[in-house]
Design a protein around this ligand. Structure first.
Ligand SMILES: O=c1ccn([C@@H]2O[C@H](COP(=O)(O)OP(=O)(O)O[C@H]3OC[C@@H](O)[C@H](O)[C@H]3O)[C@@H](O)[C@H]2O)c(=O)[nH]1
Length: 366
């Protein structure tokens, strides 16, 4: 049964403050109940919530605009789930999911999660997060929805909750070192608040929740020129521009290929553990080392240009993934040197319109 047969009452108002109130009577229950029963009996129905807003003032730390989500949708559809994507397309790209148009198991809804919406679903992957104060509102709305319809809710939190970490590598038990009033705070504290709300809805309202803390992720369909380092370096090398290394380039990050992340998210959703779980690749690189890998992969003659670093830039970051290994049976399979070429062919195609290099849907087999 296609998800298009669902009842969608997206424009009903559902004030955040009534999130804990009992469910009102559903006038269409006699119609929706059998449909819901059949859907549940056949396959789970998913809502995937895409990116919400990246406003002009807050574009500093854009979350993945439809990038991670679109790969997740591919996997869910491939295993036969019905998927509804909710996205306001402020930064997300319709092209990322266009190949599912016409599939009765796929539905796309233009909606901003800062506005409440009501959909009958079993699972919610909440990936929407603008670097703006509205991210907390979006999370509240989605938690309210999960409570109301009894859906399992997965929050994609971030390694940013560890701030500029004083513990290395970072374990989930580490509470972090975040500046509450800095330029990154809106995103970092927004995600920390999202984790808090998620746990409160779990403890207080019995919502089934899952929390993933996602480390730097890259792959095909990543936004070009979004400011993140892998996207910047790859686009710069392809355009024969110098790679812009911020600061002295000795700060470290751990880069995970998108298919590894998607596998981790799905295992987390299906598993029995709330988390939080670090989902990241423990391979740690300085930005200068990353630049070297990009040079090896794209252009050995690419120059490096040093730029002043941004404020509060974390000095190092590397996930301890023992918990995910033990409880989810998950670990990344794609190294940076293997994953980067798969992203490069997609970027080349999108930057130069070159169709010889393969499709934008490249995935590393993992
Ligand atoms: O062109 C660039 C861009 C960035 N950088 C550096 O590369 C490092 C990584 O920067 P990014 O912006 O890619 O990523 P960050 O690790 O700072 O934040 C990221 O962390 C986890 C995710 O959840 C966030 O969405 C993402 O912003 C920083 O040290 C930055 O200073 C460069 O050297 N050159």
């Amino acid at each position: 049964m296609g998800s298009s047969e669902l009842i969608f009452r997206g424009h009903e108002t559902q004030p955040v403050s009534d999130s804990y109130s009992p469910k009102p009577d559903k006038p269409w229950a006699s119609v929706t109940r059998p449909i819901r029963y059949m859907l549940r009996e056949q396959r789970l129905l998913f809502v995937f919530l895409g990116i919400a807003i990246a406003t002009l003032i807050f574009t500093l730390f854009p979350a993945s605009p439809g990038f991670v989500g679109s790969h997740l949708v591919d996997r869910l559809i491939a295993r036969g789930d019905s998927v509804m994507v909710v996205d306001n397309f402020f930064t997300g790209r319709k092209e990322n999911v266009m190949h599912h148009f016409g599939n009765p198991n796929f539905e796309l809804i233009r909606h901003d999660v800062v506005e409440p919406l009501l959909l009958e679903v079993d699972q919610i992957y909440h990936l929407a997060c603008p670097a703006s104060p509205t991210n907390v509102v979006g999370t509240l709305n989605m938690l309210g929805l999960a409570k109301r319809v009894g859906a399992r809710f997965l929050l994609t939190s971030t390694s940013e909750v560890y701030g500029d970490p004083l513990q290395h590598p970072q374990k989930e038990t580490y509470w972090g070192n975040v500046n509450p009033i800095g330029v990154r705070s809106c995103y970092d504290e927004g995600k920390r608040t999202a984790e808090t709300l998620t746990m409160d809805y779990h403890r207080g309202a019995g919502v089934e929740v899952r929390i993933a803390r996602i480390f730097n992720t890259y792959g095909p369909r990543m936004c070009i020129d979004d400011g993140r380092v892998v996207s910047n370096f790859v686009a710069q090398a392809l355009r024969k521009e110098p790679l812009t290394v911020y600061g002295d380039g000795k700060q470290t990050r751990s880069f995970q290929y998108v298919s590894d992340l998607v596998e981790g998210l799905m295992r987390l959703m299906e598993g029995e553990h709330v988390g939080p779980f670090n989902l990241g690749n423990p391979g740690e690189f300085t930005m200068l080392e990353l630049a070297e890998v990009v040079q090896e992969t794209i252009d050995p003659n690419a120059k490096i240009e040093f730029r002043p670093n941004t404020e509060d830039d974390p000095h190092k970051r590397k996930p301890d993934i023992s918990r995910a290994k033990e409880l989810l049976g998950w670990e990344p399979k794609v190294s940076l040197r293997k994953g980067l070429p798969l992203m490069v062919s997609d970027f080349r195609q999108r930057i130069f319109g070159d169709h010889k290099e393969g499709s934008s849907n490249n995935e590393a087999s993992s």
